[in-house]
Design a protein around this ligand. Structure first.
Ligand code: CTP
Ligand code: MG
Length: 227
């Protein structure tokens, strides 16, 4: 029985504005994608990694991972994140038939501590069908209308910020992706099946690198991790 990590890395990184896919943007000399894949493999509980790469950069992605000494399969990603994960999942289920646990982990969350990855896998192995790492909200959140007028203030104590890796029993994720629906995270698809999604504590270092500000934070996080 294998644990497989799918790594959506096929985005264009437009908000980061580096003029290259975010997966290739270096942090302290190493591409974000290489940091992310190394983290997954270092966790010790991930057997295979399938990366969804920008279709125009398949060869470059394969070369980058090889140069970093990171064993991973590379497939062409799709038009949006859901499509990229769906393509990586289809490949994983075809070539690794004994897949039991599937993680989906954004290349952009390259500095997720191995303890978070291990906790997600352990929760799925213990019987949860879908597991997500979460953090409490630091800010108050408002729901607004199209004009920006506040409609309501949800109770912050009931809200969580969601990170990756999200972990699933393989059959559950396959069922969710068979819906051919869309969601901003993979657990969102599982929720549409009426299946319970459970949570484990996330970590601030599992932040998603989206903007230049985040990249500056990521440099500091990596400096702290490298000691
Ligand atoms: N992603 C993907 N395929 C897409 C779009 C996004 O695999 N067609 C991946 C990204 O590579 C990233 C993750 O999904 O690892 C989260 O997406 P996001 O942070 O939005 O990254 P980008 O789409 O690259 O950034 P932007 O939206 O700023 O262009
Ligand atoms: Mg995007």
């Amino acid at each position: 029985m294998s644990t497989v990590a799918l790594v959506p890395a096929a985005g264009r990184g437009e908000r980061l504005g580096f003029g290259m896919p975010k997966a290739f943007v270096p942090v302290r000399g190493t591409a974000l994608l290489a940091h992310a894949v190394r983290g997954l493999l270092d966790a010790g509980c991930v057997r295979h990694v399938v990366v969804a790469a920008p279709p125009a950069d398949l060869a470059a992605t394969t070369a980058l991972l090889k140069a970093a000494g990171l064993p991973a399969m590379v497939v062409a990603g799709g038009a949006d994140r859901t499509a990229s994960v769906g393509l990586a999942l289809r490949h994983a289920l075809q070539v690794i038939p004994d897949t039991r646990v599937v993680l989906v982990h954004d290349a952009a969350r390259a500095f997720t501590p191995t303890s978070v990855i291990q906790a997600v896998v352990a929760a799925v192995e213990a019987g949860a069908r879908a597991v997500i790492p979460v953090l409490p909200m630091a800010d108050t959140v408002k729901q607004v209308d199209a004009e920006g007028t506040v409609l309501t203030t949800p109770d912050r104590a009931c809200l969580r910020v969601v990170q990756t890796p999200q972990g699933f029993d393989a059959a559950t994720l396959a069922e969710a992706y068979a819906l051919a629906d869309s969601a901003t995270d993979d657990a969102g698809l599982v929720e549409k099946l009426g299946i319970a999604v459970t949570t484990v504590p996330g970590h601030p270092y599992a932040m998603k690198v989206t903007t230049p500000f985040d990249l500056a934070i990521a440099e500091a996080v990596l400096a702290a991790q490298e000691g």
